[in-house]
Write a protein that binds this ligand. Structure first.
Ligand SMILES: Cc1cc2nc3c(=O)[nH]c(=O)nc-3n(C[C@H](O)[C@H](O)[C@H](O)COP(=O)(O)OP(=O)(O)OC[C@H]3O[C@@H](n4cnc5c(N)ncnc54)[C@H](O)[C@@H]3O)c2cc1C
Length: 332
């Protein structure tokens, strides 16, 4: 691994300063993704690594008037095991429980999960200088693309691997970003991620030196229920081949509001607005769930090896919709 400075700030202000005063610095949280990238020399390893674990208080879960505040250093295991989350924000605890292994959930953090780099065999390969790493070609287009995206692709065809991001987006979460100029801004999580067609070298709106310092999940409205379903190739631990986060608000069985967000099928957590439209105002039943499922993959352009993601995603959406409406579904 390349030599690097390892620094331990005690405040967000110090962390921002340390990040801003180096041309090539990265924050580190649990380190699961960052250290893997550094060991494999992917995408210019940092010269300076700024440890967020040394800042007290970033690992708190707090209930405030405007919702649940989740610090970026909250461990995934804490999201998985928090009773309030399990009951009121079920998709978030289910998504956390679905990440990697128990060891990873005890090490990995919310901020790291949301900001982790994309998945693509070529991007993660030390020997391929792909488009995302400053090259000229997205090798997935004509190469191995079984795991790549079916929605929102081009010019690069990565997938965003986070399990937490679709679940939090389905719950309308916001993120607070704090920058080197000491200014904070809070934006919908949906606006945090950017498509490769906007900038193929970035995945989020974070600028150099900026940190995610809070995640806010608004209060769950009465009658709402959220579900996260993930399908992985290896049942033991794996990234999502596809995942569906569905959050329905029902009144007398009628859907007043719906959010459907897909994971593992696009370069960003993918909001399936056509599926939401197919649910709103309807009494949820098998046929309505099926129509929403079909609508969820509207615009999909599968590659040579990943057309299986279309029916897989539709099945997950259908099951998640029915489960959100309280209609029991058999285990996957
Ligand atoms: C074998 C394996 C399996 C995995 N399986 C899954 C899975 O099933 N689902 C899933 O979602 N993920 C999976 N992951 C990916 C990921 O490593 C974990 O989800 C974990 O949550 C990352 O958190 P971390 O705290 O270790 O992040 P780190 O590695 O510390 O950071 C990840 C990235 O985020 C940046 N960062 C961290 N915190 C902040 C912050 N507050 N503000 C701005 N930037 C920040 C870092 O600079 C880095 O670029 C897997 C990883 C591996 C290696």
């Amino acid at each position: 691994m390349k030599d690097f400075e390892y620094l331990h700030p005690h405040t967000i202000g110090q962390a921002r300063q340390l990040l801003a005063s180096s041309k090539n610095a990265e924050p580190i949280a649990g380190g699961i993704d960052l250290l893997g990238m550094m060991k494999d020399y992917i995408d210019e390893p940092p010269d300076r690594v700024v440890n967020l674990k040394s800042i007290p208080g970033l690992n708190r879960i707090r209930q405030e008037k405007d919702g649940l505040h989740l610090g970026p250093m909250v461990l995934l295991v804490d999201l998985e095991e928090d009773k309030n989350l399990q009951q009121k924000y079920t998709a978030v605890s289910q998504a956390a429980a679905s990440v990697g292994s128990v060891q990873m959930r005890n090490q990995g953090t919310l901020g790291g999960n949301l900001c982790q780099r994309p998945r693509c065999w070529y991007f993660r390969s030390p020997v391929h200088h792909c488009l995302k790493k400053g090259g000229t070609t997205c090798f997935a287009m004509a190469g191995e693309n079984k795991y790549n995206c079916i929605l929102g692709g081009g010019p690069s065809f990565i997938v965003h691997p986070s399990d937490l991001a679709p679940a939090l987006m389905a719950l309308n979460a916001k993120v607070t970003i704090t920058g080197p100029n000491n200014k904070s801004r809070t934006i919908p999580l949906e606006e945090f991620y950017i498509l490769p067609r906007v900038d193929p070298h970035k995945e989020t709106v974070l600028k150099p030196g900026e940190l995610v310092t809070n995640v806010i999940v608004p209060p769950a409205p009465a009658g709402s229920r959220s579900i996260y379903l993930k399908f992985k190739e290896k049942p033991s631990m794996d990234f999502a081949l596809s995942a569906a986060a569905v959050n329905l608000t029902l009144a007398n069985g009628v859907c007043k509001d719906a959010r459907v967000v897909l994971g593992g099928v696009a370069p960003i957590p993918w909001r399936a607005k056509a599926a939401e439209a197919a649910l709103k105002g309807k009494t949820i039943n098998e046929a309505v769930a099926q129509a929403a499922a079909v609508a969820s993959t509207q615009g999909a352009v599968p590659m040579a090896q990943n057309a299986y993601k279309v029916p897989l995603t539709q099945t997950l959406v259908k099951r998640a919709v029915l489960a959100s409406a309280g209609i029991p579904q058999p285990a996957l």
